[in-house]
Design a protein around this ligand. Structure first.
Ligand code: ZN
Length: 514
C-alpha cells in the first residue's frame, strides 16, 4: 500500500468517528427524549476523545512524514497535495494547544452556558460577567497557543475564517458602514406601513412545511440524500455528502420564519451535497479545528451560500412573481387579497431592531460589526467585561438608532460568548459580501441566467456554484475561491450595489442625494 493510501485510510477513520459524533448531535437536537441527555453526554465525550487521540497521535505524525516524502514534486494544486498540506497545517496547530486548556474549556462550557441562559431570562448581566471573564481568559490562552502576528483575534478568527484578520475586518467594516449607514437612514425616512398585515392569519404548519420543501427541491436539494426536521435553533448538518440534513422552526402566524429558515439551511445543504464524491472521507471534508466533518471551506464561504439562496434568490422580486401563485394554492383564504408585490415587500421590510436573528438584510451586518468590535476590544484589553452593557447600548444607538431597555435584549441575547465562541461572528458578514461577488460572477459566466431565474429555473445557477465552489470541498480557501471565480479577493462593491438597487426600488428612494 502506498504511503498516500495509508494516510488516507487513517484520515477516513477520523472522518467516520467525526460523522458518528455528528449523527449523535443531530439526534440530540431533533429526536432524543430529554432523559437521554446525560448518557448522550458520555457518548459524545468518549467519541470526541477518541477522535482527538486518533488525530494527534504519533501514527498521524509518521504517516504525514511518509506521505510528504512520497508526494514531493506533485502538482501543488492537486487534491492529494492539498489534503496532505492541510492535515499537516492543522496537525501542528492542534498539537500546540495544551491538553489542560482543552479540558478546562470543555468543563467550563456547560456551566457557563447554563449561567448565561439564566442570566438572560433574569436580565442579570452581573451574574454572567465572571463566567464571561473566564471564557475570555481561556480564549486569550488559546490565541497565545495558536499564535498570531498582530492581534489575538487573528488566531481565533482563523478557526472560522482563515483568510481574515482583525486588520482586514476593520477595513471591511469601514467600507460597509460607509454604504450601509446612509442607506439605512434613507430607508427609515421613507418607511411606510404595508397596506395589510399578512401575518395576522394562521398558516397550518403541514402546509408551510410542504411549500418550503417544494422550494428547497426546486433549488436542487436532493431528498434521497437529505431530510427536513424541526429544531428550536435551525441548523444544517452532514454525515458525508450522501446524508445532508436540514432543520427549521415554525410559527403559526409568521410564515417567513419556517420558509426562510428552510431556504437558508437549504443553501448550506446544497454546498455539502455538491462536494466532489472523490473527497468523501478525506481531509478535504474535515474542519480539523472545529472537529466537524464538513465540506464547506470556511464559515463565510458556507454562509455565502445559505444567504445567496435565502436572500438573493428567495427574497427577490423574480422569486415571488414565480412562486406566489403556488403559495396561494396552499393558503387561498389567508392570501386572498395579497399578491406577489405585497409578499415581496413584506419579506423585505427593513426595520432597525434589537435582535440580530430577526434583522433584515440592511441592518444585519451592523449587528455583526458591533459584536466583532466588542470581541476585538475584549481580547486586546481595550474593553473590560463589566463595560459591555454600556458599550453595547452605545453602539446600538450609533449604528441602528435604537437602545435596548434590558440586557436580555442587548448584550445577553446571543449564546456564542457563553460557549467561548470568539471569532465566529465575522463569518456572517463575510458570507454576505461573498454571496454578492459569487452571484455577480455567475451572472457574468452563465448566458441567460437572469431569464432562467425569472422562470424559476435554478439548475443553471446550481450547476455554476457546484462547478466553481461546492465540488472543491475545503481544497481551496475562501480567498482562493474568490480569486478563481471573480479575479479578486473580498470586495464590498457588489454587495453594496445589490442592496442599494434592491432597497432603492423597494422604498422608492430615488437617486442618492447627499
Ligand atoms: Zn447559516
Amino acid at each position: 500500500m502506498s504511503a498516500y493510501e495509508q494516510f488516507q485510510n487513517h484520515i477516513a477513520e477520523l472522518s467516520d468517528i467525526l460523522n458518528a459524533i455528528s449523527i449523535l448531535k443531530w439526534d440530540a437536537r431533533t429526536q432524543m427524549p430529554p432523559g437521554g441527555a446525560e448518557t448522550r453526554g458520555y457518548q459524545l465525550a468518549t467519541l470526541s476523545r477518541l477522535a482527538q487521540e486518533h488525530f494527534i497521535s504519533d501514527k498521524t505524525a509518521r504517516l504525514l512524514d511518509a506521505v510528504e516524502a512520497e508526494i514531493a514534486g506533485e502538482d501543488e494544486d492537486s487534491y492529494r497535495v492539498r489534503a496532505v498540506r492541510q492535515t499537516r497545517q492543522y496537525f501542528e496547530i492542534i498539537r500546540r494547544i495544551p491538553l489542560d486548556l482543552v479540558s478546562e474549556k470543555a468543563a467550563l462550557e456547560p456551566v457557563s452556558e447554563h449561567v448565561w441562559a439564566k442570566a438572560k431570562v433574569e436580565n442579570d448581566f452581573a451574574s454572567f460577567a465572571p463566567y464571561l471573564q473566564q471564557q475570555l481568559d481561556l480564549a486569550k490562552r488559546q490565541a497565545e497557543a495558536i499564535g498570531y502576528q498582530e492581534h489575538p483575534f487573528d488566531a481565533l478568527v482563523f478557526e472560522y475564517e482563515p483568510s481574515m484578520t482583525a486588520a482586514k475586518l476593520r477595513v471591511l467594516f469601514d467600507q460597509l458602514k460607509a454604504g450601509l449607514l446612509p442607506l439605512l437612514q434613507r430607508i427609515v425616512a421613507h418607511d411606510r406601513p404595508l397596506e395589510r398585515d399578512l401575518w395576522v392569519h394562521e398558516y397550518p404548519l403541514d402546509k408551510q412545511r410542504a411549500f418550503a420543501l417544494e422550494i428547497a427541491q426546486a433549488f436542487g436539494y436532493d431528498l434521497n440524500r437529505g431530510r427536513l426536521d424541526v429544531a428550536p435553533h435551525p441548523f444544517e448538518i452532514s454525515f458525508t455528502r450522501q446524508d445532508v440534513r436540514i432543520t427549521t422552526r415554525y410559527s403559526l402566524n409568521y410564515l417567513p420564519m419556517a420558509l426562510f429558515g428552510t431556504l437558508h439551511e437549504t443553501g448550506h445543504a446544497l454546498y455539502e451535497q455538491g462536494v466532489d464524491p472523490a473527497l468523501t472521507r478525506t481531509a478535504l471534508t474535515i474542519d480539523f479545528l472545529g472537529k466537524y466533518p464538513v465540506g464547506g471551506t470556511s464559515y463565510g464561504a458556507h454562509e455565502s451560500q445559505s444567504r445567496l439562496w435565502e436572500n438573493q434568490i428567495g427574497r427577490s422580486r423574480e422569486f415571488w412573481e414565480v412562486h406566489f401563485p403556488r403559495l396561494r394554492e396552499y393558503f387561498p383564504e389567508q392570501l386572498a387579497r395579497a399578491d406577489a408585490d405585497l409578499m415581496y415587500r413584506a419579506v423585505n421590510r427593513v426595520r432597525p431592531s434589537l435582535i440580530r436573528v430577526e434583522a433584515d438584510e440592511v441592518t444585519y451586518n451592523l449587528h455583526i460589526m458591533l459584536r466583532v468590535e466588542i470581541e476585538m476590544g475584549l481580547l486586546d484589553g481595550s474593553l473590560k467585561v463589566n463595560e459591555l452593557p454600556e458599550v453595547w447600548n452605545a453602539k446600538m444607538q450609533e449604528y441602528l438608532g435604537v437602545t435596548p431597555d434590558t440586557d436580555t435584549d442587548g448584550v445577553l441575547q446571543d449564546i456564542h460568548w457563553s460557549g467561548g465562541g470568539f471569532g465566529s461572528f465575522p463569518g456572517y458578514t463575510v458570507g454576505n459580501v461573498m454571496s454578492a461577488q459569487f452571484l455577480e460572477a455567475a451572472r457574468r459566466d452563465v448566458p441567460g441566467l437572469n431569464d432562467a431565474l425569472a422562470r424559476g429555473e435554478y439548475a443553471p445557477l446550481l450547476h455554476w456554484l457546484q462547478q466553481n465552489i461546492y465540488r472543491h470541498g475545503r481544497a481551496y480557501s475562501a480567498s482562493e475561491l474568490l480569486q478563481r471565480c471573480t479575479g479578486s479577493d473580498l470586495q464590498v462593491g457588489p454587495y453594496l450595489a445589490y442592496l442599494e438597487a434592491k432597497f432603492s426600488d423597494l422604498y422608492q428612494l430615488g437617486a442618492y442625494a447627499h
